[in-house]
Write a protein that binds this ligand. Structure first.
Ligand code: PLP
Length: 481
């Protein structure tokens, strides 16, 4: 540190890097990222290393003197890159996509540069107002219920959004007593999900103190959707036993097969019993940007809360989950805190997003989403979704045409299939395909059977990748069948 002309102390440089060096390293890194994304397919999709290998290569002490960027960067390439799994490879067909895009990366970068914490309106008014505004734009663009306007918040993940919904449902069931006296002496509360719901709901129930025992799992039907009549019966039974139904979680696009629960029928049950109704649209929710898929959300007008992940399928870097609540005041009441040091001189009617999620601090995530929506426009976003649906349908056609395989389902960007034979045979096939490193696919269980999942939805996945993935699968199956 030294003093400038006004006698104020200033920090001359951070670590070993000054502004000039930052610009040089930054420009080079932008070039590197662009090259990486354009050529990610040159890497084996899964990291080809053994457990512990990355750590073993790393220095065991923080250096006494700061190191040069060149040295750090060389180590990144040498020690870290071999241990990276290439989610951005167009040959990554596993789990779900983790979309990135250039405008989104710039938004992420800018957010890091601004370094604001938007916990209160006044700690960065633009962070709060852009967030509310961008989420309102999505309400119109996705045909969502208009009461979600002014009631959106960006969470880190769908898991966090669901946890907030569970906490609201629990507080509602306990008639808002829980805020004051905790759960001691309260009646048991219950969460309702189908057997296809994501594990984050059970995790949320555990965190919320509801307990795994009170997660009621409703059996799904032949298309993997929740049975609303069975749901009502279980709620009735619980109520008769004095257990308070807190929240029903329905899924718009299940993890295993993108099945959609009957939102309207479930919503009507929730209305009848006064239960919080949360809809989890983690991956499939992005498809609502296309008018032809908005019917999937029929019944969403019954929802108390809804979330989906632009960080999965809407070209926005992880993390970015969009959550809407019917009555934001209930979310705020559930999560609000007001220590003296957070009192700010600001108008009463502004949004303080610190009360809309679990942490206090929050990043300026709306920037990347805003950049994405403006850069791609509705046409660009819709083409992105439609192309992946087309690729999934193409893959399903290839599966259907080969007598050795069985097509289990094809919904939006996800194909579930299996080779005719037992589970061990399918498991073996999966291992061989993934061990070869050219493509990556994952599996699930549907109806008790081992099923392979193929999700062609990364930023640069094209028809040629899908066709060569199929050839790769055939190469391994021909050894086996
Ligand atoms: N809900 C569903 C339906 C999912 O498919 C997933 C991820 O696979 C999640 C929730 C969890 O998403 P996140 O990582 O954003 O918590």
């Amino acid at each position: 540190m030294n003093e400038n002309a006004d006698g104020n102390r200033k920090i001359e440089s951070c670590g070993t890097m000054n502004a000039e060096m930052f610009c040089a390293a930054g420009h080079a890194m932008v070039d590197w990222i662009a090259d990486y994304l354009e050529n990610a397919e040159r890497y084996p999709v899964l990291a080809q290393i053994e457990p512990g290998e990355v750590r073993a290569s790393l220095a065991n002490e923080i250096p006494e003197q700061g190191e040069t960027w060149n040295r750090i960067w060389k180590d990144f390439e040498k020690q870290i890159m071999p241990g990276v799994t290439h989610w951005q490879s167009p040959n990554f067909f596993g789990y779900f996509p983790a979309n990135v895009s250039y405008p989104s990366i710039l938004g992420e970068f800018l957010s890091a540069g601004l370094g604001v914490n938007g916990m209160l309106w006044s700690t960065s008014p633009a962070a709060t107002e852009l967030e509310t505004h961008v989420l309102d734009l999505l309400v119109d663009a996705m045909g969502l219920p208009s009461f979600f306007k002014g009631a959106g918040v960006i969470q880190d993940t769908a898991s966090s959004a669901s946890l907030c919904a569970i906490l609201c449902g629990r507080e509602q069931a306990l008639e808002w007593n829980g805020n004051e006296s905790g759960l001691s002496g309260e009646s048991a509360t219950a969460v309702y999900v189908s057997d296809q719901a994501h594990s984050s709901i059970e995790k949320g129930a555990k965190i919320a103190g509801i307990g795994r025992e009170y997660v009621r799992v409703i059996e799904s039907d032949e298309v993997c959707a929740m049975n609303a009549e069975m749901l009502e019966q279980v709620i009735r039974e619980d109520t008769a036993k004095g257990i308070l139904p807190a929240i029903v979680n329905a899924t718009l696009g299940t993890t295993s097969s993108l099945a959609v629960d009957p939102l309207r029928a479930i919503g009507e049950v929730c209305r009848r019993y006064g239960v919080w109704f949360h809809v989890d649209g983690a991956m499939a929710g992005s498809a609502l940007i296309c008018p032809e898929y908005q019917a999937l959300a029929d019944g969403l007008e019954f929802a108390d809360s809804y979330c989906f992940n632009p960080h999965k399928w809407l070209l926005t870097n992880f993390d970015c989950d969009v959550m809407y609540v019917r009555r934001p005041e209930r979310l705020v009441r559930t999560l609000s805190i007001m220590p003296e040091y957070l009192r700010a001189k600001q108008a009463d009617d502004v949004i303080n997003y610190r009360d809309w999620h679990v942490p206090l601090g929050r990043r300026f995530r709306a920037l990347k989403l805003w950049f994405v929506l403006r850069s791609f426009g509705l046409n660009g976003l819709r083409s992105h979704i439609r192309e992946h649906v087309r690729l999934a349908e193409l893959f399903a056609k290839l599966v259907r045409a080969d007598g050795r395989f069985e097509l289990i389902s094809c919904r939006l960007n996800l194909v579930c299939f299996r080779v005719k034979g037992d589970d061990a045979m399918n498991d073996n096939l999966l291992q061989r395909i993934n061990d070869a490193g050219r493509i990556f696919i994952t599996h699930t269980k549907i109806g008790g059977r081992y099923v392979l999942r193929f999700c062609p939805a990364q930023m640069n996945t094209q028809e040629r990748h899908v066709r060569s993935a199929w050839e790769e699968i055939l190469r391994h199956v021909s050894d086996q069948v």
